[in-house]
Design a protein around this ligand. Structure first.
Ligand code: NAD
Length: 246
């Protein structure tokens, strides 16, 4: 029997985070959801049987407090899933406002960095290795007009993945990413209902002929965090129905 781990999932109140959490719980791990949205994270955690903490990942001091709380209440973090992100900033390169661009960089890049740094320091001090899985996006490698602010933030997440992987390998800490194409979270499904032109346009770009479900993403995260992926570090695994082939 494998030992159960403490798994911390940022953005755990959201569609993908909640699905990833359910998959780790299924594997027998202790799961803590961390999110800036207190009401949502509290109810999501209660629904699936996880614990909840409130943190704004943009704020390094809040991240430090959050990790102290998690360690005190649930034990040291073995696995970090950097899933929190904002997707809602859209605009062309000629029109996007710089403050809007900064808002996405602050969460998706600086927030991912803050969490990675704080957890990595604790994992190094503990000396037992660990795993970090970042949720990136294939948008970091394939452009869609209007989405470059988000996409460039995810290219940075892929780069942070490699940066941390090479520096932390000597401490037995593996760092990987999962890069989904569009995922049918409840929010995305609402904005892009079945049969809508938007849904058809995205689907036509995907060789396997469908958008991902959350259940297509979560197993890849659990795999990369686990012993079966013990010789894998620094990769960003596309889970995109083949979209990057087109
Ligand atoms: P979501 O909006 O449902 O969830 C994101 C969560 O992050 C929310 O609960 C939000 O409160 C939280 N969050 C935002 N800012 C935060 C902050 N500063 N500190 C802490 N928490 C914060 O989005 P989702 O679709 O579940 O996306 C989750 C991840 O997957 C994101 O990183 C996103 O970029 C990535 N992703 C999503 C898709 C998709 O199609 N949905 C595709 C590829 C990648």
């Amino acid at each position: 029997m494998t030992e159960s781990r403490t798994v911390l999932i940022t953005g755990g109140a959201g569609g993908i985070g909640r699905g990833i959490a359910a998959a780790f719980l299924e594997a027998g791990d202790r799961v803590v959801l961390a999110d800036v949205d207190e009401a949502s994270v509290t109810s999501a955690a209660a629904e699936i049987g996880a614990a909840a903490v409130v943190v704004d990942i943009k704020d390094a001091a809040a991240v430090a407090r959050c990790l102290e709380q998690v360690e005190r209440e649930h034990g040291a973090v073995d696995v970090l899933v950097n899933n929190a992100g904002i997707l809602s900033v859209h605009g062309s390169v000629t029109e996007l406002d710089a403050d809007a661009y900064r808002s996405i960089i602050d969460v998706n890049i600086v927030g991912t960095f803050n969490m990675t740094q704080a957890v990595a320091k604790r994992l190094i001090a503990r000396g037992r290795g660990g795993a970090i899985v970042n949720i990136s996006s294939i948008g970091g490698r394939q452009p869609t007009p209007g989405m470059g602010a988000y996409e460039s933030s995810k290219a940075a997440v892929d780069s942070i993945t490699r940066w941390a992987a090479i520096e932390l390998a000597g401490n037995g800490i593996r760092v990987n990413a999962v890069a989904p194409g569009p995922v049918l979270t409840p929010m995305l499904a609402m904005g892009m209902p079945e049969g809508s032109p938007a849904r058809a346009a995205w689907t036509s770009r995907i060789p396997l002929g469908k958008l991902a479900d959350v259940d297509d993403i979560a197993p890849a995260v659990v795999f990369l965090a686990g012993a079966s992926a013990g010789h894998i570090t620094g990769v960003s695994l596309a889970v995109d129905g083949g979209q990057l082939l087109t």
